[in-house]
Each structure stands twice: as C-alpha cells, then as structure tokens.
Write a protein that binds this ligand. Structure first.
Ligand code: NAD
Length: 501
C-alpha cells in the first residue's frame, strides 16, 4: 500500500463512492429538468458509472442570472480584501481535506493515475492560494496630472465570467481559472467537460462551505453543444475564459462575434517542441524529462513536448535512451498508485490516437517503441507510448495535436533549422530547450513562438516560478493571459477616472 492510499484501498473506495451529479447554482444543488442525459464512462473499463443531464439553455440562463445578481449587489466584490482572501484560503484548505475523493473522481472519469490525480489536488489548492494572496496586492494607479485634477486607472472586475474547461486536468484547470476570476472580484459560471465533470461539481460546494457568498460560483454540468454553446452566446455573460481545443476555441470566437463582443480568453491546443542541441552532455537527464513528459497523463497535456527536435550528432543516442524509458511506462490500472500511465480519457480520444499511430506507420515513420496495435485484451482505452523516428516535419504526426503518448523525433542539422522546425506548426503554446550553452538557449527561447519556454542545461532541481509565471499563447494556441498577477488582472477591465478638482 502506498502512502497516498486511503486505508480501505482505492478500488474499495471507488466502489463505495456516490458522486454528486447535480449542478450548484445560487448556493444550492441544482438539478436540470432536461431529460436528455450523458454518461460518465470509466476509461479503464469502458463501463458507464454515472449519468448526468445534458443541460439546456434554461439551465444556462438560471446560472447566469444567479451570477449576475451576486455580482450586481456586490456581496463578493465589495467585501474587504482581507475577508475575500481568507475565504479563498479556507477553500484551498477544504480542497486538501477532500483530496482523496476529488482525486478519485478525476481518475474514474478520465483515467488519470491516482498518484497524478493526487498531485492535481495539490496543484488546485496551490492555485487557489496563489489567487487568494493576490487579492490585497492588486494595486490601482494614480496617474500624473496637474494640480487641478486627480486621475485614476482602476482595475474593475469584468462581471459574470463563464469558465469552460477541458477534461485533461479537470480539477486543477477549473480551480486555477475560477480562483483567478474570483480573486479579481467576478462571479463565475463553470461548465466543466462532459467527460470529467464530477470534481468540478464538488469544487463549488467546497467554495460555498468556505464562505463564498451564494451565486458567486456556480457550476453546471452538461454538453459543450448545449451549456457550453449557450454560455458562449449568452448576452449577460461578460467574459468567456476557455481552455480546450483550437477547434472549439474557434467555434466560441464565431459565436461571440455573432452575438455581442464579450471579453474572451482562449487557451487552446499545442504541438510543443523540445529542442536538444548537440552540446548537451547529460543525455540521460534529457531522456528522463522527455519520456516523463510524454507519458504524464498518457500524453494528454496541452503544453508537453510532443516533437523532439534533435541535432544530428546526438539524435541516435538520445532516441535510444528515450525509447528505453518510454517502453518502461506500461499502461496500467489507474487506481493502482504504482501506475505511471492509465488509459486515454475516452473512446473518441483512443480511436483518434490509434488513427494517428496507423497514419504514422503508413507514412514511413519507424516506431522505436510502442506502435499501432491496441491491447485487444484490455476493455479500457489503453495504448502504449510510441516514439516515431524518421518523421517528415510536414506529416500529420509532426503537425497535428494528437493528445496521447506519441512523440515525433525530428533530426535537424543545426540550431537554426531546429528553430525553423519548432516554429513550423500552427501552434505556439510552450517549448523546451536543452543545451549546455545557456546563452544559446536563451537566444533560441527568444525566437520560439510560444507562451512559455523552459531552458535547461542539467536535471531540473528547482521548481521554478510556479503560479507566479503568467503566459499568453501564440498563434492558434489562443490568446489571453493565464497565470501570475497578470493572469488575475486578465479578469478585470481597466477604467480611467478623471476628477476635475
Ligand atoms: P474541447 O474543445 O473538446 O472541450 C473543451 C470544453 O469546451 C468542454 O467543456 C466542452 O464541453 C466545451 N465545448 C465543446 N463545444 C463547445 C461549444 N461549441 N461551445 C462552447 N463550449 C464547448 O477540448 P477537450 O477535448 O475537452 O480538451 C482537450 C483540448 O484542450 C486539447 O486541444 C488541449 O490542448 C486543450 N488544452 C489546452 C490547455 C492550455 O492551457 N492551452 C490546457 C488543457 C487542455
């Protein structure tokens, strides 16, 4: 038994779990009247274990109206900053206390290994704490004027924020987004992914128990085509903060353009590069990091490196090291704390990844580990991690976001070619650079079209800036700042007030 195991064991705890399936609106449980349902499928078994309402426009109207009332009467935004800070800190504490259940809900819905789901609970609580601590530090500006006037630049909350989130970090992304929006003084309506809605339903309940006023944080489970689309076109929503695929991001853009010009932040897909230069001496450290990233959450992470761009002299040596490590990441039962990889999150995702694996083989790429065969003995959506060599940089496996444990090795002649290849997709989310020459690494980092870049010369030992780092994606990975103080300010609008004395 691992130290994170509940005493009765994860499978027993999962069997006893009776998850909350209703939304949470205006401080109380909210059951949609919709008879259309959708199922939560455990991707480790392929079996449905919960059914929720698909949701209707009426549900969206109800939640938005509650959020509007809460915003309009100032029950949250007008509280003293220290009081708001305390409430969010209490919320983070409650998330930690409920951590085992929250982790289990994510593991059951989308197959994340339980140890990683436990890590996400820590991440969620840390994100809420970061947001809480910004509340009494978000200063406004007094602007320079002559003696006859006083001019202020004030950051005001936007109003009603609709947060629309994906399934790959169900708890953590919802917590980060909603805590930032709440810290800025807004009211929130959260629409979690239909694949993994259950932890988000608990998130809002814990916030209410921590003292967040009713109506300030509402959650509606439902489909993207019903609740998501209704929020995107809703005329009383002031801002959409979306994380998900580029395709859905574009649909939301169209919808917002066709209705009214609400504020919009889109965090979308990625196909991030990891550039490894030939001067790199610690190839084992590089291989550890590359293999860990592509297997984490079964490769279903927006910002991980899915293209390994390597200078020719070290390509073979690095490929061998990475393939050996990836082959060790055998997918297993996500409820086993020893599992490093679980299944893919859904049948659709599984079929998509298998299609790309077959396409990769058909295009002439060579699988150094893994390959296109699914495990026919498994009922769930398991695939082995695959490293492709001999990949054409223009081919779909090098260009498209696959969102699975599939890594494309691209061999290049020098750093200039590495940079050209790295920037040669429609995405611009993140990047990694390995070189012993940090001056060169910094130069490359400046040239990458990416929201965030990590440059390393050796095995990372420092956790880095964490939530203090703000970033904005480039190209079709979206726009709008997330993270850091800038990410809190992104949920405000800037007002200038001039008083003629
Ligand atoms: P998705 O776009 O299918 O769904 C995301 C959310 O949008 C879900 O809640 C869904 O119900 C909702 N939705 C779907 N159609 C909608 C519509 N027409 N209007 C409004 N909402 C709608 O994405 P996904 O499959 O859940 O998540 C995987 C994607 O998310 C990947 O592309 C990944 O890169 C991206 N992602 C990006 C980041 C980032 O920080 N950039 C982080 C995590 C995931």
């Amino acid at each position: 038994m691992s130290s994170i195991d509940p005493p009765e064991g994860w499978p027993a705890r999962a069997a006893a779990l009776r998850p909350t399936l209703d939304g949470f609106v205006d401080g109380e449980s909210y059951a949609s009247g919709d008879r259309a349902r959708f199922a939560c499928i455990n991707p480790a078994t392929g079996a449905a274990f919960a059914e929720l309402a698909a949701g209707t426009e009426t549900d969206a109207d109800h939640a938005v109206a509650a959020a509007r009332r809460a915003f309009a009467d100032g029950r949250w935004r007008d509280l003293p900053p220290a009081a708001r800070r305390q409430i969010l800190l209490r919320w983070a504490d409650r998330i930690i206390v409920a951590g085992a259940e929250l982790a289990l809900l994510d593991t059951l819905c989308m197959g994340k290994p339980i140890a990683q789901a436990r890590f996400d609970v820590e991440l969620a609580a840390a994100a809420i704490r970061f947001a809480a601590e910004t509340i009494d530090k978000l200063n406004d500006d007094v602007l320079p004027t002559g003696a006859g006037s006083l001019a202020l630049n004030l950051r005001e909350p936007v109003g009603v924020v609709a947060a629309i989130t994906p399934w790959n970090f169900p708890l953590a992304i919802a917590a980060m987004k909603c805590a930032a929006a709440l810290a800025a003084g807004n009211s929130v309506v959260l629409k979690p992914s239909e694949i993994s809605p259950l932890s988000a339903l608990m998130l809002a309940r814990h916030a209410a128990e921590a003292g967040l006023p009713a109506g300030t944080f509402n959650v509606l489970p439902g489909l993207g085509s019903t609740i998501g689309a209704a929020l995107a076109r809703h005329r009383d929503v002031d801002m959409i903060s979306f994380t998900g695929s580029t395709e859905t991001g574009k649909a939301i853009l169209r919808s917002v353009g066709a209705t009214h010009m609400k504020k919009l932040s889109l965090e979308c897909g990625g196909k991030s590069p990891c550039i490894v230069l030939a001067d790199c001496t610690d190839l084992d450290a590089v291989a550890d990091d590359v293999a860990m990233q592509i297997c984490w959450n079964a490769g279903q992470v927006c910002s991980i490196s899915t293209r390994l761009i390597v200078e020719a002299p070290i390509a073979a040596a690095l490929a061998e090291r990475v393939a050996t490590r990836m082959a060790l990441a055998v997918p297993g039962d996500p409820l086993d704390p020893a599992s490093v990889m679980g299944p893919l999150a859904s049948r659709a995702q599984y079929e998509k990844v298998l299609r790309y694996l077959q396409q990769g083989i058909a295009s002439g790429a060579r699988a150094l580990c893994g390959g296109a065969e699914a495990d026919p003995s498994a009922a769930g959506f398991f695939v082995r991690p695959t490293l492709f060599d001999g990949v054409d940089p223009a081919s779909p496996i090098a260009q498209d976001e696959i969102f699975g444990p599939v890594l494309a090795l691209l061999t290049v002649a020098d750093a200039d070619e590495a940079c050209r290849v790295a920037n040669g997709t429609v995405y611009g989310l993140a990047g990694r650079i390995w070189t012993d020459d940090l001056r060169k690494g910094y130069g490359l980092a400046r040239q990458l079209a990416a929201g965030s870049v990590v440059v390393s010369a050796k095995r990372p030992t420092d956790p880095g800036p964490g939530f203090a780092a703000g970033m904005e994606a480039a190209k079709q990975s979206g726009f709008g700042i997330e993270g850091g103080m800038a990410g809190i300010r992104a949920f405000t609008h800037l007002k200038a007030i001039t008083i003629n004395l």
